[in-house]
Design a protein around this ligand. Structure first.
Ligand code: PNS
Length: 164
């Protein structure tokens, strides 16, 4: 289970999914339905973008990838999906404290599901969905940080024509 907000998916997320494919037979990407937090993209839009960018992986790996959304507790969703492992990406030390707290809490609630941390490539260690949205909103290209389809969707959200 690779859970997150994915608002939107970035090259950093994609890097973690690629790494996950070398370790797992099946990955469920769990998109948090957090409409109350006013995400930029709807769950349907986020799922569509993820499906588009993970599709090429199906041709290069034997791992099957499923994308689904969830509400409520992650461990309950993971249990429903029969996942035995939660994958989270670690970019920098600053991620660690929050991730440790979540992993310990999830372990407390569901001891049979292990959390595994994968380190993103250092190229993506500073990439986050939040910064990508801000940079795009303020008019700079986010092309190095997100797949092309995501950049196009961001441009469209902010009412700009895609670059040729
Ligand atoms: O991409 P994000 O926003 O860092 O992902 C956070 C996510 C979705 C993994 C986390 O917020 C989550 O698991 N939310 C579901 C609610 C839940 O289970 N909360 C208790 C966590 S200990």
């Amino acid at each position: 289970m690779y859970p997150g907000s994915f608002d939107p998916i970035t090259n950093g997320h994609l890097d973690i999914i690629r790494r996950g494919c070398t370790l797992f037979d099946h990955i469920t990407i769990g998109v948090l339905n957090n409409e109350q937090k006013s995400p930029l993209f709807t769950v349907a839009e986020r799922i569509e973008m993820i499906q588009a960018v993970v599709a090429p992986l199906a041709e290069t790996t034997r791992t099957t990838i499923e994308v689904d959304s969830f509400e409520g507790l992650l461990v309950d969703f993971a249990k429903r999906k029969r996942a035995n492992c939660i994958v989270r990406g670690l970019r920098a030390v600053s991620d660690y404290e929050y991730e440790l707290q979540m992993a310990q809490m999830n372990r407390h609630m569901q001891p049979d599901i292990e959390t595994v941390f994968l380190m993103s490539a250092d190229t993506y260690s500073f990439v986050s969905s939040r910064l990508v949205k801000e940079i795009c909103f303020l008019g700079r290209s986010v092309q190095p940080f997100v797949p092309p389809i995501v950049e196009a969707r961001l441009q469209a959200k902010f009412g700009r024509q895609p670059r040729s």
